[in-house]
Design a binder for this molecule. Structure first.
Ligand SMILES: *Cc1c(COP(=O)(O)O)cnc(C)c1O
Length: 387
């Protein structure tokens, strides 16, 4: 196993993403793995499977590919990104505090505040682009630090390596929600994080037809906690969803490359449009953390946030006018999407909190897909020019 892992790690991401799962196909020679639609396994089987709530060949195949692309030792898959969050938080105990980046995914905050707070888990929020986070760590004495970079939807970049080094020095584990990047763009564990969390619903699957999540780590004790949460809380995915996600994952490096190329083109073309107050894209030279983004991320990704010079109604109408961008939650698929965070992904976040973060009614978030960039651009320009 150890040797296999080392050999595999020398391969490129595209090769790892495509070549996997053969270990369950030895007897039949099938090129694609079957769907192991079974809830239970005969006792004493060679692969040591037991009951699908705690493992299934389709989970293992997906976990192997995710471990491969992250260059890590362990991975546990879940039925959604939010289940992956549940798995981690439920490993804490009453009285523990999570120190969170202030601009986290809305449903992560909702879970912390509306569910786990009742069970005694505390939270504290801080803007981790502010160096005083170091004093905040000493003050709060967290059991866990929770980061996202780029953040959603403002695409703020945090210095993951530096924060992890401060945290590791104090023996505090760091979770990085890497959903917006995936291992193709940044590898949190290599930057010092203890846990890399991912909603496989988004870029990893890439085809908007299944939900999933995963936690990736090199820490054996954390991995045991993830396996325990999966079976004890019933957070397991279905074999069919794992099969779909594994299939989608094969083209992840190709999709992200194309989506990023499209996003660069659109960001450049729209940058100085008269109806756009601010265009936020990590690899845009006017992004306040452009240098950090360049050093931390391999490529700029395919998420662009626009602050429009339009009011709430006009902004909503702009979204509705687009032909190729569906107004929908989610991101990272081959099809382009547009999201209006104040009424959608961040609807559950306090009004006052949204205001302090700068998430207002004129803000839209684009997830650029794999369509022809020129068609996406003319779609956006046509809608903008109607105002
Ligand atoms: C979507 C998302 C999640 C939650 O994942 P689901 O698969 O929808 O449960 C968590 N974090 C981020 C950053 C996301 O975009």
């Amino acid at each position: 196993m150890g040797n296999n892992q080392k050999k595999q790690n020398k391969k490129g991401l595209k090769t790892i993403a495509i070549h996997h799962g053969k270990s369950y196909a030895d007897e039949t020679g099938c090129v694609m793995p079957p769907i192991f639609a079974t809830s239970t396994f005969e006792h004493g089987n060679k692969a040591n499977f037991d009951y699908t709530r705690s493992g299934n060949p389709n989970f293992s195949i997906l976990e192997n590919v995710l471990k491969g692309i992250e260059n890590s030792n362990y991975c546990t898959v879940f039925n959604s990104g939010i289940s992956a969050v549940t798995a981690i938080v439920s490993s804490l105990k009453s009285g523990d505090t999570i120190l969170c980046e202030s601009n986290l995914y809305g449903c992560t905050i909702r879970m912390f505040e509306k569910i786990f707070r009742k069970f005694g888990i505390q939270t504290s929020y801080f803007d981790f682009t502010n160096k005083e986070y170091i004093q905040q760590i000493s003050k709060v004495k967290p059991s866990l630090i929770w980061l996202e970079s780029p953040t959603n939807p403002l695409l703020k970049i945090l210095n993951i390596k530096e924060i992890c080094s401060e945290a590791n020095f104090r023996k505090i584990p760091v979770v990085v929600d890497n959903t917006f990047c995936t291992a193709v763009i940044q590898k949190p564990l290599e930057l010092g994080a203890t846990l890399s969390l991912i909603s496989t619903t988004k870029f990893i699957n890439g085809h908007s037809d299944a939900l999933g999540g995963a936690v990736i780590t090199n820490d054996e004790s954390w991995n045991n906690k993830m396996i325990f949460s999966q079976k004890s809380l019933g957070l397991n995915p279905s074999p069919f969803d794992c099969w779909l996600i594994t299939r989608g994952l094969k083209t992840l490096p190709l999709r992200i490359a194309q989506q990023t190329e499209n996003a660069h083109f659109i960001a450049n073309e729209l940058n100085s449009h008269k109806l756009i107050d601010q265009l936020i894209y990590p690899f845009n030279k006017n992004h306040p953390q452009y240098e950090l983004a360049k050093s931390q991320m391999k490529i700029g990704g395919s998420m662009i946030t626009l602050k429009l010079k339009l009011n709430k109604n006009e902004t909503f109408n702009f979204c509705k006018k687009l032909e190729y961008f569906s107004l929908a939650e989610s991101l990272g698929g081959v099809e382009s999407l547009i999201c209006h965070p104040t009424t959608m992904s961040h609807a559950s976040v306090d009004e006052a909190v949204k205001n302090t973060l700068g998430i207002n009614d004129s803000l839209v978030r684009l997830s650029i897909g794999c369509e022809d960039a020129k068609d996406l651009l003319s779609d956006l320009l046509l809608a903008l020019d109607s105002f």
